[in-house]
Design a protein around this ligand. Sequence first.
Ligand code: ADP
Length: 492
Amino acid sequence: MAILALDAGTTGVTALIIGADTGILARGYREFPQHFPEDGWVEHEPGEIWAATLEATRDALAASPEPPTAVGITNQRETICFWDRETLGSVRRAIVWQDRRTAAMCEHLRATGHSDRVSELTGLRLDPYFSGTKIAWVRDNDPHTWAHVESGRAAIGTVDSYLIARMTRGLHHVTDPTNACRTLLYDITTGDWSEELASILGVPLHALPQIVPSYGAFGSTDPSTFLGLSLPIAGIAGDQQSALVGQAGFDPGSTKCTYGTGSFLLTNTGTDIVRSPGGLLTTVALGHPDGHLTYALEGAVFVTGSAIQWLRDGLQIIDSAPESEVLAASVPDSGGVVFVPALTGLGAPDWDPYARGTILGITRGTTRAHIARATLEAIAFEVRDVVDLMRAESGIPMPHLAVDGGAAANDLLCQLQADQIQIPVDRSAELQTTGLGAAFLAGIGTGVWSGLDDLRAARRTDEVFTPGSDGEAAHQRWRRAVERAKGWLDDD
Ligand code: ADP
């Protein structure tokens, strides 16, 4: 028994074949083009995502010793697609989660008093990040597409929905709660689309997908459109929720951090909806087949691995990302240097789009090694600030932090992280847990694994970093530096 996991990310699609022992049997990967039609706009051509999905899958199948028996899908969240229900061709390009074109619309919705109610229903904030205002933008600016939406000819959905429509030849228009809850149109308390939110945003509910559980088969791929495969589609989850599953984060207090370009933390709060006055998001972690939902608190730190990229490409003080560790380890500390990598503003918990990168404490003795060390420390401080808030707001004990993502390969970073949060940092043997999570869901959904306990047992640790000295003084200095980085840009 093997599972095909499709991880449709922001820059490319990964296809994994996962064996019954949860090991990776084969992989395929294809990048697809990014489109930037205007400053701050980011678009994808859904047909290009579909083509990359087919090619990545073809490569994985060719390399796999076993054919898959089910498929699970995980995807970049919030990105919104519009396609023709008959031809399945896209009616316009998808608007990507990174796209900021609806900033003014969000401002207007706040000014007209919708902010509190939207947060109460969705657990989110009025920010261009989420899908709802992107759909409203299409209504206001793309009459051709909107006419098709209103007539019922065009379907709207996140990337999971679009791929499933393609894979089932238009038979299914579905999504799962982990994706639905990122649209601003889903009520996390009822677990369904909300008429009230639809009317605030002016989006017709008939154009949205049916919501199905995150695991359990609801339909099959059509061999005529999906490489001759007739596979039950048995797992769906947004990328961050899928990574939590890949880390076997099924219990309240289970927390994961994925260190990629940015870093994303999720902490499982069980069946409790925990509100976050401090700036975290409340989100659905999983929708179960019996209809109940598991919730999570989420914190996003925008610039972490990308600060390492900046050391490499901007400052050119390292040749490769792993070299950051060697250079930082060549000095015992940052020599008093603090780097706030607010290169694109600050996310949770400070939420300041006007903040910019700031390096403080430079002296005649400062070297590139101190800057490299200050960069790794900054990532650990940023993640600690989110962890502190999660612990305070959820009130649920956090036994350890499960980590994954490309930058989690950095031992020094993992150790600095453990020192900062004073709980063990447990690095997963598989750093790319997102696809693993989708396979886990599809495998539970089709009985390859009997339940969550099987997966708890299957999760493998690479290394555990135990907390050493607490780094409290360094953290206080960091907080002072963050205050100085805030509000740097003028409003205009
Ligand atoms: P994404 O999925 O966001 O593209 P990945 O999980 O592939 O990210 O991780 C890539 C990021 O991790 C890059 O930003 C890179 O700079 C950073 N990175 C990779 N290896 C290391 C390392 N050894 N130390 C620090 N950062 C690293």
